[in-house]
Structure formats: structure tokens, C-alpha cells
Design a binder for this molecule. Structure first.
Ligand code: ADP
Length: 503
């Protein structure tokens, strides 16, 4: 979890990252303890082995038997170590299958997915996919285990034959009266114990070896480099509370592992206190633009400047604090209403009054008042019997309240109002505009009615900046914005006409 705090967001776009994460996550809990306990077991076995060796070596002409007993264990050691490495490699390589299996399992028990899976009758499809992957995964593992045990059976037969031979030799010595009758038990017992101790020494050391291979992977995950770090040795701090300017200079961007340019050569400037609305069709690159602005990703080309300095020169925590952002897929936390809102500004103690103000501003007050325990109502039903489930629109209002609660200088709403009706959306935008106190605000919206309040509208199309200006300017221009706006306006007018005809 501590490592996760500093991972690049871009890491979550790479399958090989998930491979490392899954391997590390699976082993982190028990491997170090296992290596430690096996080490203690090994020490105790070594002590036992030395004691039994002392018994055998004290007897003339018996030392070679002990050495042969040890020598016949060598092939078993080699097999053990070889198969431990093979198992580790197999487990490592098959991370994808394990992730697929847990993905299908999670789908089947995921609260948000259960409705759709039931209605489309997808359960059997996913169970079948799980079984297919399971069969491939365990077939390989079974093959590995069977071949290892075939070796062990062969070696155990050789081992037993050697032991039998030695027992016969000792028995002969008893019959020749070289040994007492009681010596038979002592010496065969000592040889058997040496054999058992060597066996367990091999097993323990092989497990330690296997454990260290897994721990190597854990270490390599922990060493995963963070790339979104300040580019200068002494990072600058943001002048919080001051008006801010943002500038994109020839910014282009492709997601990691992809050549497709999602943003192409964007250059624009946002001045202090501006209300910017980013518009464009789905997939135009609006969210990506926000992700670059907030430095969740670094541009592939070009620079982004905050107050004249490259955002890479700022301390990242400081930079993140500058933005109060509500993403399209905003967070829903299994915590109380108060906590859900106050997470907007975690650096300060919870201010109950401010939480309530934020709820009022986001129009969330009405439904919160109706909840059994008001602001203390626990949300979601994962942990508490009295946990409450909210509707998506109510969750959205809480997310918006979180943005209102934040002290951030630049407020960003990335289509957080998609589950609200157009009137409620307009109301939220107006509220934001009224309460922003000269702070820069950036809205990403599908519905262009909200763009009319903007001091700057930025139109993106297929990752390119196609138009920039106020509503009036862009309407007068008759370009892409005019086209989008007219289409939406016509749709509203048509549906209003249909409504009135029905009435
Ligand atoms: P918008 O917000 O305008 O709907 P996005 O910025 O979310 O658009 O997406 C722009 C393009 O980037 C889309 O083609 C989408 O498929 C792609 N994209 C978004 N996120 C990722 C990602 N994590 N990895 C690869 N491609 C992505």
C-alpha cells in the first residue's frame, strides 16, 4: 500500500505492471515469514545432523556409510532446486491466467456488475471462461508436479536400496560379533536419522531458495521507478491562493504502449479567473487533456506551464493540491457522508460547518437530511448493517460537494454531472460559477447548454484543438461548435415539440 502511494498512474496502463503487482501481492504476505521459519528449521536440522554424524563417525569403518548416505542425496538436491526454479518461473509466467481467473471471479461477485450479468445471462459465459483458463493453468502446474515427483520416486528407491544395503552390512557385523546386538538399533537409527535430516535439509534449503526468488520479484516491484517526479532538484512550490495562468505549448500525447496520438499539438492559454468549458465528442481527448494538466501523465511532446513554469518543476504533492477535481468516474467511498465530503481536503481537520455548506451548494442537503443518521450515515453495505446505498445521482452530488469542500485554486469538473438531468447540471454549473470566487474553473461537458456561461470554450476533435472562443464568437463563426450546439439545441426543441403535441 505504501508503494502504491507513489506509483505512476501510467503504470496502470501496462499489463507487465499488473504481472509484477500480482506476483508481488500474492507472495508479499507469507514468503518472508516462510523464509525465516524455514531458516530456523534448517538450523535445528543441522544440529540434529551433526549429532547423528558424531555417533556414526565415532565408530571405526562406519564414516563412509554416512558420507554415502549424504552423497546419494545430491541428485535429490539438484532435482529439488531445479523444480523450485521451474515452479517460480511457471508461477511468474502464468500471472496473466491468474489475473484472468480473479477478473472473472470478481465480475461474478461485483456489486456494480451483478445487474447486467444477470440480465444478459452472462454468468455461464464467464464461468466457462474461468474454467478454460483454470484448466490451462493447472494442466501446466500438474505436469510440473508429476514430473518432479516421478524423479523423487526414482531417487527414493535408490535411497532405500542403499539404506537396506547398509542395514544388511550392519546386521552381518552383528552376526560376526563385531557389534553388539543393541548397536544394530543405534547405528541403523543413526543412519536413518542422517538420511531424514539430509532430506529435510534439502527441502528447507530448496524452500528458502524458492522464497528468495519470489522475494526478488517483490523487491523489483518495490523498486519500480516513479517517472512523474519533479524534473529539478529543488522543486518549486505553487503560490496557493494566487491567480493562476495555464499554458499548453505544442502538447502531444500518446498513452504508454500505444502510438496513437490522443492529443495533437495543442497550444492554448487559460488566464486567471477564467471559466473554461472543454467540449467535443466522446473520445475527443477531453479527459486526457485534464490528466495531462493535472500531471497524472506527462506529455509525449511539448510543455504545460503553470504560472509560467513547466508543471514538471513543481513538487507533485503541491501541484496536486492546486487542483480540486471530480472525474467522470468519481470515487464512492464506504465511509460516512461527512467523510465522503471532507476527503476533498484531507490536509485539514474536518470542518462540520464547511461540510454542510458544501452539501448545500451541491444540492445534496435534501437527501442527506432524509437519511437515518444524517451526515454520520455510513454509505455502502460492505461493512455496516445500517449502511446506506445511494443512487448514482446522489453519489454524484456528494462528489460535487467534495469539490466544493476543497480549498483548491483550480476547480475541474470532468463530466461529473452526466447522471444529472440538464436542469440540475445547469444549476450545479451556475452554483460553481457563483461560488468559485475568481478561481479558475474548467468544465468538461457533453451538454453544450452549460458552455454558454464560459469565458472560454475549447473545442477538441480527434485530439486536435479545432476552435477556441466565447459562445458568441464561436456561434458567429459557424464552425464545429456551431454545428454541435445547433444539433443539440434542435434535439431539445424537437423533444419539446413532441411533448407539447402529446399534451
Ligand atoms: P473524452 O474524455 O473526450 O471522451 P478521452 O480523453 O477519455 O476522451 O479518450 C481519448 C482517447 O484516448 C480515446 O480514443 C481512448 O480510447 C483513449 N484512451 C483513454 N484512456 C486511455 C488509456 N488509459 N490507455 C490508452 N488509451 C486511452
Amino acid at each position: 500500500m505504501n508503494k502504491a502511494k507513489y506509483l505512476d498512474v501510467a503504470s496502470f496502463d501496462r499489463p507487465e505492471f499488473y504481472e509484477k503487482l500480482e506476483n508481488a501481492n500474492r507472495e508479499a504476505g507469507h514468503r518472508p515469514i516462510q523464509v525465516l521459519s524455514e531458516t530456523f528449521d534448517m538450523i535445528s536440522t543441522v544440529i540434529k545432523l551433526i549429532s547423528y554424524m558424531a555417533i556414526i563417525l565415532a565408530v571405526p569403518n562406519m564414516w563412509w556409510m554416512a558420507l554415502i548416505m549424504i552423497a546419494v542425496s545430491i541428485p535429490s538436491t539438484i532435482i529439488n532446486f531445479t523444480y523450485r526454479r521451474k515452479t517460480v518461473n511457471y508461477m511468474w509466467r502464468r500471472s496473466k491466467e491468474r489475473r484472468q481467473m480473479s477478473y472473472y471471479t470478481d465480475l461474478m461477485v461485483n456489486k456494480d456488475m451483478v445487474k447486467e450479468i444477470r440480465m444478459f445471462n452472462l454468468s455461464d459465459t464467464f464461468i466457462k471462461r474461468y474454467s478454460d483458463v483454470f484448466n490451462v493453468y493447472y494442466k501446466g502446474l500438474r505436469r510440473l508436479i508429476c514430473s518432479e515427483y516421478a524423479w523423487h520416486i526414482g531417487l527414493a528407491i535408490i535411497h532405500s536400496a542403499v539404506s537396506c544395503l547398509f542395514y544388511v552390512l550392519i546386521a552381518l557385523k552383528v552376526m560376526n560379533r563385531e557389534f553388539e546386538i543393541g548397536d544394530f538399533t543405534l547405528y541403523t537409527g543413526a543412519l536413518a536419522s542422517i538420511s531424514a535430516a539430509v532430506g529435510s535439509l534439502i527441502t528447507h534449503s530448496a524452500h528458502i531458495y524458492e522464497g528468495t526468488l519470489f522475494i526478488d520479484n517483490l523487491i523489483s516491484f518495490v523498486k519500480e521507478e516513479q517517472t512523474v517526479v519533479p524534473s529539478v532538484e529543488t522543486p518549486c512550490s505553487v503560490d496557493h491562493g494566487a491567480p493562476h495562468t495555464i499554458e499548453f505549448e505544442n502538447v502531444s500525447f500518446s498513452y504508454p504502449g500505444s502510438d496513437k496520438k490522443v492529443l495533437k499539438n495543442i497550444s492554448l492559454k487559460f488566464r486567471p479567473g477564467e471559466t473554461v468549458v472543454l467540449v467535443g465528442l466522446n473520445g475527443a481527448g477531453k479527459t486526457t487533456f485534464i490528466k495531462l494538466l493535472t500531471r497524472l501523465y506527462d506529455p509525449t511532446e511539448g510543455r504545460i506551464l503553470l504560472d509560467g513554469k513547466d508543471i514538471k518543476e513543481y513538487d507533485t504533492t503541491e501541484l496536486y493540491k492546486t487542483f480540486g477535481i471530480i472525474f467522470q468516474d468519481f470515487g464512492k467511498y464506504a465511509a460516512s457522508i461527512t467523510e465522503n465530503i471532507s476527503y476533498g481536503n484531507i490536509s485539514k481537520n474536518v470542518d462540520e460547518e464547511k461540510v454542510k455548506d458544501a452539501a448545500v451548494q451541491a444540492n445534496a442537503q435534501i437527501f442527506i437530511d432524509k437519511l437515518p443518521e444524517g451526515y454520520d450515515t455510513p454509505l455502502m453495505r460492505y461493512f455496516e448493517q445500517n449502511g446506506t446505498e445511494l443512487s448514482i445521482g446522489q453519489w454524484q452530488k456528494l462528489a460535487i460537494a467534495r469539490a466544493f469542500y476543497s480549498d483548491a485554486d483550480i476547480l475541474i469538473l470532468d463530466e461529473p454531472t452526466a447522471s444529472l438531468d440538464p436542469m440540475a447540471e445547469q444549476e450545479i454549473f451556475n452554483q460553481f460559477d457563483a461560488l468559485r470566487q475568481d478561481k479558475m474553473t474548467i468544465f468538461v461537458s457533453h451538454r453544450l447548454s452549460s458552455a454558454t456561461i464560459a469565458s472560454k470554450i475549447v473545442v477538441l476533435e480527434y485530439g486536435e484543438l479545432v476552435e477556441e472562443g466565447t459562445h458568441k464568437e464561436l456561434m458567429a463563426k459557424g464552425g464545429k461548435y456551431y454545428e454541435l450546439f445547433s444539433t443539440q439545441a434542435n434535439r431539445y426543441i424537437e423533444s419539446m415539440e413532441e411533448d407539447s403535441q402529446e399534451k
